[in-house]
Structure formats: structure tokens, C-alpha cells
Design a protein around this ligand. Structure first.
Ligand code: SAH
Ligand code: SF4
Length: 393
């Protein structure tokens, strides 16, 4: 018997389903873009708004993937749609389920690239952690994704598509008549904390989140979406203005010397500059606090002195400090702080008046915890043109 080739090599040579033919993918188009596309296909302008509403609801409210199932459209119109368009989402290549119920999905997108998404069920909510890029241009020294260079940005369709395939897997497209605003959903929250720096793919992330928030579709409240950034200062205000979601910041250090090492983007925008941008965040309030993420690294950033410096730095910013025990990966140059150390740190932050939850690592047995995501996609850098060809709808 011949040995199986490694799964990823195999995948890279498979046909590129999404690129086949000249059909354009409707998933990820804004309402305006869909309207233009339907008009270009021959829909009379006067009907275009209504048709967008119908098609939109089938795709995003009901999860339909086949035009033939859009039963409130005439047969002829359905056939026309099928001739011109597809409803394509990333392909689930592998799904792993942790002993704690966390599900990690390996997804294949156009060009044979791979990204990961992680679903974390909790008692009162279910959170989906989605990716915004294949790899990351940044090189945070404690992050597994940071060791994989950027391959490309995800398109809006590939970002919203992660939500759609996980809804498929959870069997969560509503029955006709069910209220889509139902807050008892299995997938109730989204965090942009997977692979990549979302603010370096701002427009696509924004367009995707607008689709996710659209009341006639997936319909998740902006308050149920949290975007995490390593600190791309010039884009922070736009996030409040153009998406309106909650903000999390990968802070991780209390001096520039240490943050430079952990989160190298700090050399471009240092702690003081970042904090100024956060103080000015247009949506800042007690009910919409900023989450400061702080990874606990043994003997690097976890002293009492760090905790005291941290609360001093963020004084006046409505904030919650999320302490993340470091999640190891093969070859990582750090160790996780001890539980006692993390508790002592949390205590100082808490006594200063800030919520300081310690994040329970989820899905560790399947390498699904924060910062452990890294796909095997390691292709040569392509030209801009080659990448554009790959993702052209
Ligand atoms: N690029 C964005 C979002 C993705 S990372 C950002 O950096 O904010 C999501 C969170 O996981 C960030 O706070 C990140 O710093 C943290 N993280 C990365 N690697 C980690 C690791 N090995 N252990 C614990 N947290 C990690
Ligand atoms: Fe990129 Fe975020 Fe990882 Fe840093 S922590 S390398 S910004 S994914």
C-alpha cells in the first residue's frame, strides 16, 4: 500500500472549484453590488431592489445554495440566475471536535489556500472566531500565525462564508417563519481573532460584517461582533464609524521595550500613540468597553509591577482586561505563566476597578486556542495580478 500524501499537498493540486467558469459568486457582494450584478444580467431596474431583497433573504436568512430552491422566483428567473452566478462558500476540508466541544474547521478557499475558523460553545452563547487573512504580515513573537507569512487577504465572501459554513455544520438556518433575531442561537457572537490582522484588510472585513449585521439576513447585532487588532492606529476610528462593532486590542506589554519585542507593530505605533487612539475611539462607553488582551508569558510581562503599570496606563479608558494564558505551539519561545502568577496579576487589575477575566483556553487538544492557528499554506509570494486572478468573482 502506498503511503497517503500529506493532506495539504494533496489539496493544493485539487481543482479550484471557486474559480471554475465565468460565473460570479453572489456571496460577499454588498446590496448595491448585487443590485448592479442583477441589472447587468437583465433584471429591469425597477425590479432590481425587490429581487435583491428576495435573493438576499434566500442566501443569508435561509442558507439556500441552489437557485432552484428560491421558490418565490419564477422558474425562468431562477434559470437566468443559475446561468450567471454561483452561491459559493469556503469548502470544509477538515473538522476537528475537541473534548470540550470546540470545533476547529480547516477551510479551503480559491487558489487552494487554507484558513481556520473555530467555534466555541458556551452556556449562554456560541462564539465563532474567524480569520481575515491567510497568514499575517505581522510577526508577533508569541503567535503561531505570525510565523506564517501573509499569502493574501480574504475576500468579503470568504469572510462571511466562514459564518455560513459553520451555520451549515450547526444546522442553524432558521425554519420558515422563525424569527431571525432569536438570541438563543448556537452561533450568537463573532470574534475577528483568527488568522490575520483584520485592520490590514479593512474594506473586506467591513463589507463582510455589514452582511453579517444586515437585519434581513444573518442579522447579528454589532454588539455581538468583536474585532481584535494588534494596534493599527490609523484604522481604529474607522472601525467604530464604518462597522460599529466592539474593539479588542492585543496589548500584551506595559513598556515599549517589551511590546516592541512581542508585538513589533509597536515600533511603528507605540503604546502612547495606541492609547491616544483608544481614548478617542468614537464608541467608547461603559457598556461598550474596550477589551485589552494580555497574553501571560512567564517572566516576560507577568510581574506585579507590570500589572500596576498596566492599570496606570489605561486610566480613564472604559476597559476590561482579558488575561490569556499563553497557548504553546511547536517551537514557541515562551512559557505560560503559572496559575498563581496569573491570579495575582488579575487581582491587582481587579482591585484597580477593571474586570480581569482569565480566559480559559478552549480546544487545546486540537490546537484551536488563541494564537495556535496556522495553516500549511506556504506558497511562494505571488504577484498582485496573480492574486487578483485567483479571487476574481
Ligand atoms: N491579529 C489580531 C487578531 C488575531 S490574534 C490581533 O493580533 O489582535 C487573537 C488574539 O490571540 C490576540 O490578542 C493575540 O495576541 C492572541 N494570541 C496570539 N498568539 C497567542 C498565543 N500563542 N497564546 C495566547 N494568545 C495568543
Ligand atoms: Fe498577526 Fe495577530 Fe498573530 Fe500578531 S497576534 S502575528 S497581528 S495574527
Amino acid at each position: 500500500m502506498t503511503a497517503q500524501p500529506p493532506i495539504t499537498q494533496d489539496l493544493l493540486t485539487l481543482p479550484r472549484k471557486v474559480e471554475e467558469g465565468a460565473k460570479r459568486n453572489l456571496v460577499g457582494l454588498t446590496r448595491d453590488q448585487m443590485r448592479d450584478a442583477l441589472i447587468a444580467m437583465g433584471t429591469p431596474e425597477k425590479q432590481a431592489k425587490m429581487r435583491v431583497g428576495q435573493v438576499w433573504a434566500w442566501i443569508y436568512q435561509r442558507g439556500v445554495r441552489d437557485f432552484a430552491d428560491m421558490t418565490n422566483l419564477s422558474k425562468a428567473y431562477r434559470a437566468l440566475l443559475d446561468e450567471h452566478f454561483t452561491i459559493a462558500v469556503p469548502e470544509v476540508v477538515r473538522r476537528e471536535v475537541s473534548t470540550d466541544g470546540t470545533r476547529k474547521y480547516l477551510l479551503r478557499i480559491a487558489g487552494g489556500h487554507e484558513v481556520e475558523a473555530v467555534y466555541i460553545p458556551e452556556e449562554s452563547r456560541g462564539t465563532l472566531c474567524i480569520s481575515s487573512q491567510v497568514g499575517c504580515t505581522l510577526t508577533c513573537s508569541f503567535c503561531h500565525t505570525g510565523t506564517q507569512r501573509l499569502v493574501r487577504n480574504l475576500t468579503p465572501g470568504e469572510i462571511v462564508g466562514q459564518v455560513m459554513v459553520v451555520r451549515d455544520d450547526l444546522g442553524e438556518w432558521p425554519e420558515p417563519g422563525r424569527n431571525p433575531h432569536d438570541e438563543t442561537r448556537l452561533l450568537s457572537n463573532i470574534v475577528l481573532m483568527g488568522m490575520g490582522e483584520p485592520l490590514y484588510n479593512f474594506d473586506n472585513v467591513r463589507d463582510a460584517m455589514k452582511i453579517v449585521m444586515d437585519g434581513e439576513g444573518i442579522s447579528l447585532s454589532r454588539r455581538r461582533i468583536t474585532l481584535s487588532t494588534s494596534g493599527v492606529v490609523p484604522e481604529i476610528a474607522r472601525c467604530a464609524e464604518e462597522i460599529g462593532c466592539l474593539m479588542a486590542v492585543s496589548f500584551h506589554a506595559t513598556t515599549d521595550a517589551v511590546r516592541d519585542r512581542l508585538v513589533p507593530i509597536n515600533k511603528r505605533w507605540n503604546i502612547a500613540t495606541l492609547l491616544d487612539a483608544l481614548r478617542d475611539y468614537p464608541r467608547l462607553s461603559n457598556s461598550e468597553r474596550i477589551t485589552f488582551e494580555y497574553v501571560m508569558l512567564k517572566d516576560v510581562n507577568d510581574s506585579d509591577e507590570d500589572a500596576r503599570r498596566l492599570v496606570k496606563l489605561i486610566e480613564g479608558i472604559p476597559a476590561k482586561i482579558n488575561l490569556i494564558p499563553f497557548n504553546p505551539w511547536p517551537g514557541a519561545p515562551y512559557d505560560r505563566s503559572s496559575n498563581n502568577r496569573i491570579r495575582a496579576f488579575a487581582d491587582i487589575v481587579y482591585k484597580a476597578g477593571y474586570a480581569s477575566p482569565i480566559r480559559t483556553p478552549r480546544g487545546e487538544d486540537i490546537m484551536a486556542a488563541c494564537g495556535q492557528l496556522k495553516s500549511e499554506t506556504q506558497r511562494e509570494r505571488k504577484t498582485k495580478r496573480q492574486i487578483e486572478d485567483e479571487i476574481r468573482p
